[in-house]
Design a protein around this ligand. Structure first.
Ligand code: 13P
Length: 254
């Protein structure tokens, strides 16, 4: 039984004051909602304030980071480690978001190292994968996503299935207002689950949660999340508005 998961990726928005305001507004709207796990991923600088506020208000919201470095400590200027985040109460980290792959230039070798660091550090990893519009139009979407998973999951074994979340985020759907159709998202996510099944067996594949991300909004969330293999959503723009995000959270419980 996979509990639906809705994660807000705030990207490079919300300083620490704005972030606390947003999480307070969100909690007011979803405090009583059951049957869905919810998490937010503020920018690094806002994590301490949000973490403290969540504890003060006894919020049962998950707290995640948008990225992390793969070493525990050392001379890595500008980087932040898994233990540093864990000490703040961060329980999950996004790895391999397409914006980091495309803008920052992270390749699959780096993503694979980050994934292992997150999981070995006892956190949940949200591994992002997805194809560009050109790749989809050329009929290469499945090869692209399958190839990313092969490289990013190298050396990772079935025992960590509980700590792995995969997010299928077609790049052409991110921030564009054009979401994948529920059928297209379902088709890819079922392909991802089959891939996990081949790698780790059916039991693990049944346990791994696979999210959809890319222009998830209150008016399309329910049609996407109700597909059989889609276990929730990774939400960008709509997670910055408490009422929109709360609606998406409610859509996950039908
Ligand atoms: P949007 O919801 O703004 O399209 O962003 C999706 C995303 O990149 C989440 O990680």
């Amino acid at each position: 039984m996979r509990i639906p998961l809705i994660v807000g990726n705030w990207k490079m928005y919300k300083n620490h004051r704005e972030a606390v305001e947003l999480v307070a507004g969100l909690w007011d709207m979803i405090e009583g909602v059951r049957g869905v796990e919810v998490a937010v991923c503020p920018p690094f600088t806002s994590i301490p304030a949000v973490a403290q506020f969540m504890v003060e208000r006894s919020m049962t919201l998950g707290l995640g980071a948008q990225d992390v470095f793969y070493e525990k400590e050392g001379a890595y200027t500008g980087e932040v480690s898994v233990p540093m985040l864990a000490s703040l109460g961060v329980g999950m980290a996004i790895v391999g978001h397409s914006e980091r792959r495309q803008i920052i230039g992270e390749d699959d070798a780096v993503v694979a190292k980050k994934l292992r660091a997150v999981i070995n550090g006892g956190m949940k990893a949200i591994l992002c994968c997805g194809e560009t519009l050109e790749e989809r139009e050329a009929g290469g979407a499945f090869d692209k996503v399958g190839g990313q998973l092969d490289l990013d999951l190298e050396g990772v074994t079935a025992e960590v299935a509980d700590n792995l979340v995969i997010a299928y985020e077609p790049i052409w759907a991110i921030g564009t207002g054009v979401n994948a159709t529920p059928n297209d998202a379902q088709e890819m996510i079922s392909f991802i689950r089959e891939k996990i099944s081949r790698l780790w067996g059916k039991e693990a594949a049944d346990d791994v949660r696979v999210l959809y991300g890319g222009s998830v909004k209150p008016d399309n969330a329910s049609s996407l999340i109700s597909m059989p293999d889609i276990d929730g959503a990774l939400v960008g723009g709509a997670s910055l508005k408490a009422s929109d995000f709360a609606e998406i959270v409610r859509a996950a419980i039908g």
